[in-house]
Design a protein. Structure first.
Lengths: 487, 425
């Protein structure tokens, strides 16, 4: 339905319903014993709609969305790879979907085995001893990992270590997670090429430092070549190294964070391990640690007994709990299916193919877009806007114009290292034809910037909405249908 | 491709990596599998689980999931989309989040709801931080002893590291001891109080006068609630609460061994700018069309970094869509009927258990779908027998207390069979 613009509330008609429930077979009134004071006075105003109303409505609004299945999503740092369909079917298998998290371990051996095997697979792929799969997302993994860090220092009676070093180019979640974990953030500067400035790092490393949070490749997609020296310096100062797995994809099958000296890491299963982003979640943020930190991982733990049975355990030395149950189990099923599909023989190609694709785009466009850091990148790279700055066309204009051509925009204005950052990550799942098509469009847009800059400033021109008024949205927030009716 | 890049091989793309960290071993994984082999693998794993008729709750309830929901959620325009940072091509996601916020706000009675949190426990921990951030200089949060232990454990973990002091309000006769609450909240350093509805025993607590007591001390009041039950129970706003939080799982979400579920959070306008997480607002585009955008982003980590209200980035968006479609299908009447059918079944089971003489009432307090009874029976042994017969029995809470939950899916026959099997031997 073209131009569909209704809210579900606007379809509501008194008395209409979209559900069927069995007739009551009990001769008890479950509400009889509840005092009137404990019951609602004002009824919630919810839609009254038929099943067909619901199905058409959500089908229609789904058409206003762009997903990986719609088109190419070169969103830097987000690793928007293809989400294999078999994984969706597996995660919906009733043998798993119907399991209560507190049912006896004896009756959930298959689910516990999935949990256990997946954490083992991640450990093998990342060179660490063990993983917890309980954290729900990347930032939740960061928080959990920093709690591990603090618990470790506390267990040694080392209570002075209240600071964590974070590069100035880090993802916003790094300093925010540190704040939530009760750590003070100390920024370490980056060199003009985006890598950590060791000379700036050295004086920061004293006995108040709990550790450092890093990504490698870093936020501009370049490998931190001095990583072994950094690891050595941090460890000598008594700190731990945290690896932000947001940028793990180019290393998958090639380099393991544990081998670079990292003690703690999280993995975004919804990036590197192909589970869908779901319009913002659910993701999953497993946290892996080196041997000496295993005891601090959050409860509950899934373990295997000598007789091969899996059981659920809690450890007194653990940092505590970060989830009600075992985390986003449905996401784990998908990631495990992905790993099994590739297997040890094919998983080695993931990182290298992602890196190949990124370099191919970079080299094909660097004459028209400003490449501030030249050289071989990993899974992503950053342009600092168009090479020709005389047209006044900004990164935002280019990003919005890409929408007209059926591509998602790159990540823009991040990292903050450059004024016109445009961060491009193609992933390994795109074909050469798609990359070439994207390159052609990017070249066409650069041409348009010269011939018709005004057109770019008005873009997007073909989307269902254009230039939403974000200022008034923030100034006078309308957050519900009720508020909208009153506005 | 290599030629354009100017290298001879893909390995040349890794010459900047110190050679000693290039992995040369073999991963501890099986060989790659075809779809056929993969299905077989998971069929075998699945066969090691037992599908049970569920009579346990404690945070995960076996409500019915209407067929419409998985069908609509499987539209890949929804599930393969990223966070809606580009509003022009994300109106679908933005609109359902707006509808979700509207529906949860109707249930809680509070004006603002965020786009979702991870689960009920982390939402409650964030509510504690939000109260401390609003209060300034007050650093203690009171938790009722009747809050679900798994939720309390997560709040305590978050608080321990963040530097928030958690104090437990004792329970009395299965509910929060309100006299103790009144004296504890007057300590002068209390930023807020978190109470459950219903509580860990399934009891509906009476918060008459509580908001006044808390607000008189300039502290905030948060209720951890079951959003399905809020179709029937007095809403957090009607109790005078400032914040509502909890887990959306009871809104028909599959048990899925504990997740994905949905954390929700609502608050009044006064606390909106301290709220964690994404928020969607309505606005107009350049042609005057109604549209939706992420708003109030100055609270969030990608803008404010260590000064953000929370570190949350990815949330449980697709589960917010789940809740939205569920609530749309059910409406107020359907939610009420689900609660009534569940409560009828729960009361039937409760009465049957008491009639056996082997169970006694733990507390004489009102409940909906979940309740707690006392027994001397060896519940571990009984639950093993039940499991052998395809049933998940009551959950032991310690001290002879057992918690049962009944949803609209449970039939009279299933309950009668549960009773018969429990009393065998």
């Amino acid at each position: 339905m073209k131009n569909y613009d209704k809210l579900i509330f606007e379809l509501s008609r008194p008395g209409r319903k979209g559900y069927q429930l069995p007739a009551d077979k009990f001769d008890t009134d479950g509400f009889a014993a509840i005092p009137a004071d404990l019951l609602r006075k004002e009824m919630p105003e919810l839609p009254e709609v038929s099943e067909l109303d619901v199905v058409r409505h959500y089908t229609n609004i789904s058409n206003k969305n762009f997903g990986v299945d719609t088109g190419f999503y070169p969103l830097g740092s987000c690793t928007m790879k293809y989400n294999p369909k078999i994984n969706e079917e597996i995660s919906a298998m009733p043998q798993f979907a119907g399991l209560h998290p507190l049912q006896d371990a004896e009756t959930a051996q298959g689910a516990l085995e999935v949990y256990y095997n997946l954490q083992k697979a991640l450990a093998s792929l990342s060179g660490l001893a063990e993983f917890t799969l309980n954290p729900y997302a990347g930032a939740h993994g960061e928080l959990t990992g920093l709690m591990v860090m603090r618990q470790y220092h506390a267990s040694r009676g080392d209570h002075k270590r209240a600071k964590v070093i974070v590069p100035d180019t880090a993802h916003g979640t790094n300093p925010a997670s540190a704040m939530v974990a009760g750590l003070e953030v100390v920024e370490v500067k980056s060199k003009p090429n985006g890598s950590i400035d060791i000379e700036d790092l050295k004086p920061l490393l004293d006995d108040t430092v709990a550790g450092i949070m890093m990504t490698n490749p870093n936020t501009v997609g370049m490998f931190e070549t001095e990583i072994l020296e950094i690891a050595d310096l941090v460890h000598k100062a008594g700190g731990l190294l945290y690896y932000d797995g947001a940028n793990l994809n180019p290393l998958l099958g090639k380099v393991r964070p544990g081998d670079m000296g990292f003690d703690i890491m999280h993995i975004n299963l919804h990036k590197t391990f192909s589970t869908p982003h779901g319009g913002g979640g659910p993701g999953s943020g497993p946290v892996g640690v080196a041997e000496h930190l295993v005891e601090f991982l959050p409860n509950p733990r899934v373990r295997i007994a000598d007789d091969g049975k899996f059981y659920v355990d809690a450890d007194d030395r653990s940092l505590g709990s970060v989830s009600t149950f075992f985390g986003n189990f449905g996401v784990m099923l998908r990631a495990y299916a992905y790993i099994l599909t590739l297997g040890r023989d094919n998983i080695v190609n993931v990182g290298p193919m992602a890196t190949l694709n990124a370099n191919y785009i970079k080299e094909s466009l660097k004459d028209l877009y400003k490449l501030p850091i030249d050289g071989v990148c990993k899974h992503e790279f950053v342009f600092d806007g168009l090479a020709d700055k005389s047209t006044g066309v900004t990164t935002l204009n280019v990003a919005k114009r890409l929408l007209d051509f059926g591509f998602h925009a790159p990540t823009i204005y991040f990292p903050l290292l450059f004024h016109e950052s445009m961060m491009i990550e193609p992933t390994e799942t795109e074909s050469l034809e798609t990359l070439d098509e994207f390159i052609d469009v990017m070249r066409k847009v650069a041409e348009e910037a010269k011939t018709n800059p005004d057109l770019l400033k008005q873009a997007p021109l073909t989307t269902i909405i254009s230039h939403p008024d974000e200022t008034s949205a923030a100034k006078n927030p309308i957050l519900t249908y009720k508020a909208l009716k009153e506005a | 491709m290599l030629e354009r890049i100017g290298v001879n091989s893909v390995d040349d793309l890794y010459t900047d990596v110190p050679q000693e960290v290039i992995f040369k071993g073999e991963y501890d994984l099986p060989e790659g599998m075809s779809e056929i082999e993969l299905r077989e693998w998971f069929d075998k794993l699945g066969a090691r689980n037992r599908s049970l008729t569920v009579f346990g709750g404690q945070g995960a309830y076996d409500h019915y999931s209407p067929a419409v929901i998985p069908q609509l959620l499987s539209r890949s325009e929804f599930y393969t989309a990223y966070t809606p940072y580009q509003p022009e091509i994300s109106q679908g996601t933005l609109q359902y989040i707006f509808e979700y916020q509207s529906m949860i706000s109707e249930l809680t009675g509070l004006e603002a709801t965020n786009a979702s949190m991870y689960d009920g426990a982390t939402a409650t921990a964030e509510a504690a931080f939000m109260m401390v951030a609003s209060a300034r200089k007050r650093n203690a949060v009171l938790l009722s002893a009747t809050l679900a232990p798994r939720v309390a454990e997560v709040v305590r973990t978050y608080a321990k590291f963040h530097g928030v002091e958690i104090r437990e309000i004792p329970e009395k006769d299965g509910v929060t001891d309100l006299e103790a609450l009144a004296s504890m909240v007057a300590a002068g350093d209390v930023a807020g109080v978190i109470l459950p509805q219903p509580n860990k025993y399934g009891i509906i607590e009476d918060f008459t006068g509580v908001a006044d007591i808390i607000h008189a001390q300039k502290a905030l009041f948060a209720i951890n609630a079951d959003p399905s039950a809020l179709a029937v129970l007095r809403s957090p706003a009607e109790w005078g609460a400032d914040i509502a939080c909890g887990d959306g799982q009871p809104l028909g979400m599959p048990l899925m061994f504990g997740g994905p579920y949905l954390g929700f959070m609502s608050c009044g306008k006064a606390n909106l700018r301290k709220m964690p997480g994404r928020v969607v607002g309505a606005t107009k585009d350049a042609s005057g069309n109604r549209c939706f955008v992420l708003t109030l982003q100055a609270r969030e980590q990608h803008i404010r970094r260590e000064k953000a209200t929370s570190n949350i980035c990815s949330n449980q968006s697709l589960m917010a869509l789940y809740a939205t479609i569920y609530i749309a299908l059910m409406g107020e009447k359907g939610l009420r009927e689900v609660n009534l059918l569940s409560a009828n079944g729960a009361h039937y089971l409760y009465n049957r258990l008491i009639e056996t003489g082997k169970f006694t009432p733990a507390f004489d307090k009102p409940f909906l779908k979940e309740f707690t009874v006392r027994t001397d029976l060896d519940m571990a042994k009984i639950n093993r027998r039940l499991a052998d017969n395809g049933i998940m029995g009551g959950i032991e809470l310690g001290n002879g207390l057992v918690s049962f939950a009944v949803t609209e899916k449970r039939t009279k026959d299933e309950i009668d069979r549960l009773i018969t099997l429990m009393l065998e031997d």
